[in-house]
Design a protein. Structure first.
Length: 445
């Protein structure tokens, strides 16, 4: 890091949070971007230090009973990172890899992402090391109910508003919200987002992260005189974000030729068959091999390679953190990739980002590119607060406007600080200054 004050703040974060590699990585990336800000505004130094310390961290036991009557124990987390702009807002992740360092990296990123949306939401994240894979419906329900039996006392529509993330979709949100309602005896719709349409959900929330990412890339392409039309696109993952990114790319005239899950990736030169993919992944909760088997000739599965070896014009990592490494970035550059944008949170390693930058590949960081999900969550909260519900078309237009606004804010901020076309710097600085100004106004709290 160039700035010695920022370097010492970073060293302190590492020393105070040992072993939390992903959190260090997320902090480092933001602090790296803040060098020009720290030079201009020394008054922000104490804010940066406070921003790196969550306002509150909750870790709890989640006991549940599996189908064979065995007691199982998982660990639950909720990190309430920053409430300068609104109630803590951010998803819950259920995945065996979850530990405090993952929840803190996600919560930290969420602060800046949420600020970028321009909507009144603070930053938080939560989850558990529970693995829903292979669990029965009853086991997932009992786990969710036990998790909420502790979480309910910490959340509320004006306090902390969770939503989904990896391993937490509509089914889990239903069980979680249902248990909250039962324990509190309140129909408090605004306490959770990503709800079903029959019980307070918003149109477009399910699609929002994937759609929003593609809207963002559309703007990136436009900024260099291009479009999606006729482009080859690779999307990693096959979950909520990936599926809706694929849908929107196809609507805009591009072709998604590969997608993946943790069992491998599929190449389908004709374009991924979205109907079949959704049937396999969302209805049957199957694997990529099931897609290939049903799709027949033309599609093939690669179970031990990197999806980033598939040549493409646009690459959209939509699975998980650090899935696109230096070697993958080199392969993308070698194959002439024009744009990489993060549908997932922090999927690109710092070394990979350096390779893409060096080669002049346009890069959309997750804080900006995937902000459409949480932005639409904030629209869901607005609808809940006014006991209203908007049409699909109106809500999608709002999402499109928000994504174009974020795109332009990134470029304008990057320009203002002398780093044209650097979306990473633009997103980090614009998000940071918004939160920092609110924190300065509040005094030392
Ligand atoms: P889902 O659980 O719906 O899907 C996740 C997908 O990524 C699955 O295909 C999964 O494969 C794959 N995946 C997850 N972990 C790994 C891993 N360790 N290695 C390889 N593949 C993996 O989650 P989402 O689509 O909701 O989330 C995807 C990403 O987008 C995450 O980074 C999340 O934080 C981010 N995001 C999500 C938002 C949302 O609104 N849902 C909003 C903004 C960002 P498998 O099923 O085999 O595990
Ligand atoms: O990473 C994210 O932005 C999300 N998982 C969505 C959070 C939300 O509150 O909608």
């Amino acid at each position: 890091m160039v700035d010695p004050t920022l370097q010492s703040l970073f060293d302190e974060v590492v020393a105070r949070n040992p072993g939390e590699d992903e959190f260090h990585q997320a902090v480092r990336e933001v602090l790296d971007s803040l060098t020009p800000v720290a030079g201009k505004h020394p008054e922000y130094a104490s804010v940066i230090q406070r921003l790196c310390e969550p306002e509150r961290q909750i870790i709890f036991r989640v006991p549940w009973v599996d189908d064979s009557n065995t007691v199982r124990i998982n660990r639950g987390f909720r990190v309430e990172f920053n409430s300068a702009l609104g109630p803590y807002k951010g998803g819950l992740r259920f995945h065996p890899s979850v530990y405090l360092g993952i929840v803190k990296f996600l919560g930290f990123e969420q602060i800046f992402k949420n600020a970028l949306t321009g909507l009144p939401i603070g930053g938080g994240k939560g989850g558990s090391d529970f693995d829903p894979k292979g669990c029965s419906e009853g086991e997932v329900m009992r786990f969710c109910q036990s998790y909420m039996t502790e979480l309910y006392r910490h959340i509320g529509e004006y306090t902390d508003v969770p939503a989904g993330d990896i391993g937490v979709g509509g089914r889990e949100v239903g069980y979680l919200f249902g248990q909250y309602k039962r324990i509190t005896n309140r129909y408090e719709s605004g306490v959770f987002t990503g709800k079903g349409m029959a019980w307070g959900g918003s149109q477009v929330r399910t699609e929002a992260t994937g759609f929003g990412t593609v809207f963002f890339v559309e703007e990136m392409l436009k900024a260099s005189g291009q479009s999606f039309d006729g482009r080859r696109v690779v999307v990693s993952g096959a979950g909520n974000v990936a599926v809706h990114a694929i849908e929107k790319v196809h609507q805009l005239g591009g072709t998604v030729v590969a997608c993946s899950d943790s069992s491998g990736y599929v190449v389908d030169e004709e374009g991924i068959d979205l109907g079949l993919l959704r049937q396999v992944k969302e209805v049957e909760r199957g694997r990529m091999a099931d897609y290939v088997e049903r799709r027949g000739q033309g599609a093939h599965l690669v179970s031990d390679g990197s999806i980033w070896d598939v040549p493409c014009d646009v690459a959209l990592p939509c699975a998980t953190q650090n899935e696109l490494d230096e070697r993958a970035a080199s392969a993308l550059v070698h194959n002439g990739c024009l744009v990489v944008a993060e549908g997932a949170n922090m999927p690109t390693t710092p070394a990979a980002l350096a390779v893409l930058r060096e080669a002049g590949v346009r890069f959309g960081p997750g804080k900006a590119a995937n902000a459409g999900g949480v932005a639409t969550s904030a629209l869901e909260m607005q609808q809940n607060a006014s006991r209203d519900s908007w049409s699909f078309e109106y809500t999608e237009n709002r999402l499109g406007e928000i994504m174009r606004g974020i795109h332009d804010r990134c470029l304008e901020t990057a320009d203002e600080y002398g780093m044209p076309d650097d979306y990473v710097a633009g997103a980090n600085i614009a998000g940071f200054t918004h939160v920092a100004d609110a924190m300065l106004a509040f005094g030392v709290i």
